[in-house]
Design a protein around this ligand. Structure first.
Ligand SMILES: C[S@@+](CC[C@H](N)C(=O)[O-])C[C@H]1O[C@@H](n2cnc3c(N)ncnc32)[C@H](O)[C@@H]1O
Length: 264
């Protein structure tokens, strides 16, 4: 099955559950991202791989318009229902593969993607499309989990992710995020590095699991806890085991029209 088929199958089936996952609707994180993007009432937000619309709907009350794009009909369906329930008239959701973004050039700011790049084999195409859609002088912002920058630690957690979540492709490193901005002539403005303390048991269940998967995850976690290089990335919190997942939020600005002309 190709990567997009796995993504569509998983998110179509799990849309309602994903929407109720505490990380999806974490108000503090959503507000942090809104502030980081510096939303204003003149903004036309594009939310790339918007899922069930958590950020799109959070942003809608304070901007002119929001467009959310996602490849999963199930996720888009939940997002649309929520927009209707909230009585929001300035939000639309479009089903599309964001590796082939075709919403017109120079239209949006900010163009945002949250928690999605690690699913995508074609991040270069996705990011180039985000920049194409951004207004000259507009903000391009990516928030996602980030690699640890240590070969052994990254190899371990990528193995864990591959078992937990079949739609996980790869966590990018900070340099790789920067390179995307540089390669597309987007000036870097701000970087915020943080940690999400994921409840391991809860995280595993954010996608449907087989008993065999659960056993494999259990074995891997025990292996990690027994390894002095890996164990520090887990934290015992009462009876909950938590995983210190690194998160990176990057903001850049597309060149103004006259600069684009000179570059082009
Ligand atoms: C972990 S969810 C994050 C959703 C949302 N951004 C949020 O923060 O709640 C990842 C989303 O990426 C979408 N996605 C992955 N690859 C995609 C692609 N090539 N085109 C469009 N959407 C994609 C999935 O369908 C899923 O809704």
């Amino acid at each position: 099955m190709d990567a997009n088929a796995v993504i569509v199958e998983q998110f179509d089936r799990g849309a309602a559950w994903f929407d109720t996952w505490s990380v999806t609707g974490d108000e503090r994180m959503l507000e942090g991202l809104a502030e980081f993007c510096g939303l204003t009432e003149d903004d036309d937000v594009l939310d790339v791989a918007c899922g069930t619309g958590a950020f799109a709907l959070h942003a809608a009350g304070r901007v002119r318009s929001v467009t959310g794009v996602d490849i999963s009909t199930g996720m888009i369906g939940v997002a649309r229902d929520k927009a209707v329930a909230l009585g929001l008239g300035n939000v639309e959701f479009v089903r599309s593969d964001v590796a082939r973004l075709d919403l017109g050039a120079d239209r949006f700011s900010p163009v945002v993607s949250r928690s999605a790049f690690h699913h995508m084999p074609l991040v270069a195409e996705v990011f180039a499309g985000m920049v194409r859609c951004a207004r000259p002088g507009g903000v391009v912002c990516v928030q996602d989990v980030m690699a640890y920058g240590d070969e052994k630690v990254d190899a371990f957690f990528e193995r864990l992710e591959a078992v937990v979540d079949r739609s996980h492709h790869r966590s990018l490193g900070k340099r790789e995020f920067f390179d995307l901005y540089r390669a597309n002539g987007v000036a870097l403005e701000a970087l915020f590095e943080s940690e999400s303390l994921l409840d391991v048991a809860h995280y595993i269940e954010h996608v449907e699991q087989t008993e065999e998967n659960r056993a494999q995850v259990d074995r891997l976690v025990r292996e990690g806890l027994g390894d002095p290089d890996i164990a520090p990335w887990f934290v015992q919190d009462g009876d909950r085991l938590r995983w210190r997942r690194r998160v990176c939020t990057i903001k850049g600005r597309k060149a103004e029209a006259d600069q684009n002309h000179r570059i082009g």
